[in-house]
Ligand binder design. Structure first.
Ligand SMILES: Nc1nc2c(c(=O)[nH]1)N[C@H]1C(S)=C(S)[C@@H](COP(=O)(O)OP(=O)(O)OC[C@H]3O[C@@H](n4cnc5c(=O)[nH]c(N)nc54)[C@H](O)[C@@H]3O)O[C@H]1N2
Ligand SMILES: Nc1nc2c(c(=O)[nH]1)N[C@H]1C(S)=C(S)[C@@H](COP(=O)(O)OP(=O)(O)OC[C@H]3O[C@@H](n4cnc5c(=O)[nH]c(N)nc54)[C@H](O)[C@@H]3O)O[C@H]1N2
Ligand SMILES: [Mo]
Length: 742
């Protein structure tokens, strides 16, 4: 046993050690256990906490660079007010009091003149801001709070959450033993014999849910992999089968595999009979996707599709780990629906080592903004894009991201006047069609940005900037994926005047609607949020982390439905292979494949001009989206934006390793450096996303070079899926050529 077990802070080698759950900022996904080493109130180093069940002492390069972020000279340190024109680098330092008063006055004035919905609130991905921002928006009276800001088609995680919810009642996770504190040693758990990694690169992203480390342990213990990825990733190189798919065709592959599994009767007949709805309809549908046809569409050899389907179905148990690539296609809902059908039909639903329904985590994960219910009906009706997409009414509160830009530009049905931008770098990263988003934000009269660094977004639009604290500078509640809950513990004196996002929202919230923020301070707010766990912040901090009860096959035991009956929380009580909710939304109730809007198949003439398929934004271990470009130890590992291209394709275009090349299509172009690699198909290129250059000039027109290498200039508006979810971030077309030729 570790001598420090059960302590959250102690002395070691003349340093104070603080045990904490790493959250954001700086960016990360969900959280790992860390030990923060502090001397004289200064962070000296960070190490992985060997006792934390998820990362067990491991850390990624971004986490080990923490001191470089915290003490970076360019950090925002004081509240700033713009004194020049928008886009100029002219600011005046103001006090927090002035900043809060100024923002509250402006927001209140706009609320009384135009209604609260004309102020909208944007947050970035999985930053530790979510619930605090939602409650700020809702308690102010605005229904317009957007995770991911104007991210098109909510093409990150949300489509997977919605599709699992409507067809199975709740989200399922690949079972790597994460729901048990003793993880792989738990005797109720079985290791998946086969893991199908679908459009995900866990060694870079560890997503979804911080699970990269637990997956690695399964690989070490001999789990066999099937990897579906157009690029030969680290996991693909170690896989029993690597299916090198044409980007954007995952639905055809899933349907081809379902065809094999159904026609060869490789599915779990009992489960399908007792617990699924619409098998006959699905069986009929998959006849349209024989492996031969799926092969033509996906470029994957027919025998590989058949072999992968057989291997997955025959492995007992088997798990599917999907990544954001399945969301980042236009018709992502049917893609995801087909993949859910794979695990639902093969006996892997909520079974040990299959795809399991999480523990519920004391309902803490539902804490999406408890103030929503206090919005009156008129406010809800005034939500941006209300009524556009019926599927949004099934348990999703946020407006459709792309519609934000459209409403900004048109002023219809009502003009948007002000924005609160907390932890997103809107047109530098998250959104497609960066120019259009930029033009949209120009319409705003008043913008507040809360960030760690000056970004292109802040430079272009902020009227007031508030400096946010990094996680060692503050307390917080850490929901680690949907797995467990711990506390983030303040370890050092905050740099200058930075404040935590929680305190910022708490203090502003109190000014805008005191009744909705009844707590004395943020500690009291945390305690109230933690009530379902039966623990106070201090108690949880001392304990380290807390797991909720978890058991398998909950549908047999009546644990999933509000009426306590066995079955799933869907309209039919079954897993809906045929979705009655999609049908009600006038969408196809069965999975199907649709060609990407522009591709060699859907637009052959265009494809002659733009012969490459362009996939974008595969995550790199050294950056989190647009973050970390100013962190020397990380930037050194990826100094310039990279476009991967096959050597044969490059040779034909006289492109050499390290050449600057243009990537271009009819929507725009940008420049990146060519990396020649055989791990990509000669017909496909991959470009990094989120690039800007903190070292370049900040003021307009440069905005830190944000227009130079921004791949989202090539991604047009208007390609959102029929359901309102999905956008082809990973399936566009382009041409490439050396920069000198231009
Ligand atoms: N280090 C780091 N970690 C991160 C992030 C980060 O920026 N940096 N971002 C976080 C966020 S918000 C997210 S959403 C996750 C995302 O992390 P992942 O789910 O891993 O997603 P990506 O890295 O975007 O893409 C994963 C893989 O999909 C492949 N791919 C590309 N196009 C297609 C396609 O059409 N079909 C299939 N099957 N595969 C395709 C790519 O080649 C890539 O290897 O990572 C999170 N973790
Ligand atoms: N072409 C293309 N584009 C993509 C993708 C792709 O695959 N291809 N991936 C998409 C995906 S999956 C996502 S999720 C989006 C992400 O898009 P965003 O969430 O907009 O990501 P960032 O641009 O990194 O914005 C985060 C900003 O918040 C700041 N920040 C970090 N931590 C904190 C904090 O704790 N508090 C505050 N106040 N600020 C903080 C950072 O400094 C940074 O400026 O990008 C999407 N964009
Ligand atoms: Mo994401």
């Amino acid at each position: 046993m570790d001598k420090n077990e059960g302590k959250w802070t102690w002395e070691e080698d003349g340093m104070k050690v603080v045990r904490s759950v790493a959250r954001t900022g700086p960016g990360c996904h969900y959280g790992c256990g860390v030990l923060l080493y502090v001397k004289d109130d200064k962070l000296i180093k960070v190490e992985g906490d060997p006792e934390f069940p998820i990362n067990k002492g491991s850390l990624c390069p971004r986490c080990t660079a923490l001191t470089e972020v915290v003490y970076h000279p360019d950090r925002l340190k004081y509240p700033l007010k713009r004194i020049g024109e928008r886009g100029e680098d002219k600011w005046e330092r103001i006090t927090w009091e002035e900043a809060f008063d100024n923002i509250a006055d402006k927001f209140n004035e706009i609320r009384s003149k135009y209604g609260p919905e004309s102020v909208f609130f944007c947050q970035g991905t999985a930053r530790d801001v979510g619930v605090y921002q939602n409650n700020l928006a809702y308690s102010f009276g605005s229904p317009n709070t957007l995770a991911f800001g104007p991210l098109h088609g909510h093409a990150c995680h949300v489509p997977r959450v919605i599709t699992t919810k409507i067809t199975t009642g709740v989200y399922e996770f690949p079972d790597y033993s994460q729901f048990f504190p003793n993880t792989h040693e738990n005797t109720n758990w079985r290791m998946p014999k086969c893991i199908m990694i679908w459009g995900n690169e866990p060694t870079a992203s560890t997503s979804p849910g911080s699970m990269g480390y637990l997956l690695m342990e399964c690989i070490k213990r001999g789990a066999e992999l099937i990897v579906i990825d157009p690029r030969k990733t680290w996991v693909a190189a170690r896989a029993k089968m690597w299916l090198q798919i044409r980007p954007g065709t995952d639905a055809a592959l899933a349907l081809g595999m379902l065809n094999v599994i159904i026609n060869e009767k490789l599915y779990d007949e009992e489960f399908v009979r007792d617990w699924t709805y619409g098998f006959d309809e699905l069986k009929k549908r998959v006849q349209e996707y024989p492996p031969e046809k799926a092969s033509k569409i996906t470029w994957i050899p027919e025998e590989q599709i058949i072999a992968a389907a057989r291997m997955y179905a025959a492995s007992e148990p088997a798990a599917i780990q999907w990544g954001v690539a399945v969301d980042q296609t236009k018709e992502c809902i049917p893609t995801i629906h087909a993949i859910i059908s794979l695990w639902s039909m093969t006996g892997n639903m909520d079974a040990p080592g299959g795809n399991v329904i999480g523990s519920g985590l004391f309902g803490l994960g539902q804490h999406g903004g408890s103030q929503y219910d206090n919005l009156n009906e008129e406010r809800k009706r005034n939500k941006i894009g209300a009524g556009m997409y019926p599927l949004f009414d099934y348990g999703y509160r946020m407006p459709p991201g792309a519609q934000l830009t459209e409403q900004l530009l048109s002023g219809e049905p009502y003009p948007l006047k002000a924005a609160w931008i907390q932890s997103t770098n809107t047109f530098a990263c998250g959104a497609a069609d960066s120019r259009r988003v930029y033009e949209g934000f120009k319409k705003l009269g008043f913008v507040v940005v809360v960030d760690l660094f000056m970004t292109p977004t802040a430079m272009a639009f902020a009227d007031i900037i508030l400096p946010a604290a990094t996680y060692p500078e503050r307390d917080g509640i850490g929901l680690v994926g949907s797995i467990c809950v711990g506390t983030t513990n303040k370890a050092i004196k905050p740099v200058e005047e930075v404040k935590s996002d929680m305190e910022i929202n708490f203090e502003l919230g109190k000014r805008l609607n005191p009744g909705a923020w009844p707590w004395k301070d943020v500690r009291e707010m945390f305690n109230s949020m933690l009530e379902p766990t039966g623990m106070t912040f201090e108690e949880l901090r001392d304990k380290g982390y807390l797991y909720d009860k978890f058991q398998y096959k909950k549908y047999e035991k009546g644990l999933l439905r509000t009426d306590g009956k066995p079955g799933f929380a869907t309209p039919t009580g079954k897993v809906e292979l045929y979705s009655t909710i999609l049908e009600k939304c006038n969408l196809d109730p069965l999975p199907y494949f649709e060609e990407p809007p522009e591709s060699p198949v859907s637009t052959p003439e265009l494809a002659e001009e733009y012969p490459f398929i362009l996939t974008t934004g595969a995550k790199t271990p050294v950056f989190f989206h647009s973050e970390h470009r100013q962190i020397p130890s990380l930037r050194r590992l990826n100094p310039e934006p990279i476009t991967e291209i096959h050597p044969d394709a490059a040779a034909k275009l006289c492109i050499k390793e390290g050449d600057w090349i243009y990537i271009e299509n009819r929507y725009g172009r940008c420049r990146q450096k060519a990396r020649l690699t055989e791990r990509i198909d000669p017909r496909v290129v991959h470009s990094q996303h989120g690039w800007w250059f903190p070292e370049k000039s900040g003021p307009e027109p440069s905005l830190f070079g944000v227009w130079e290498s921004n791949i989202n200039l090539l991604l047009p508006a208007g390609m959102v899926g029929k359901s309102g979810f999905g956008y082809p971030f990973k399936a566009q077309i382009c041409r490439v050529y050396p920069v000198e030729e231009a």
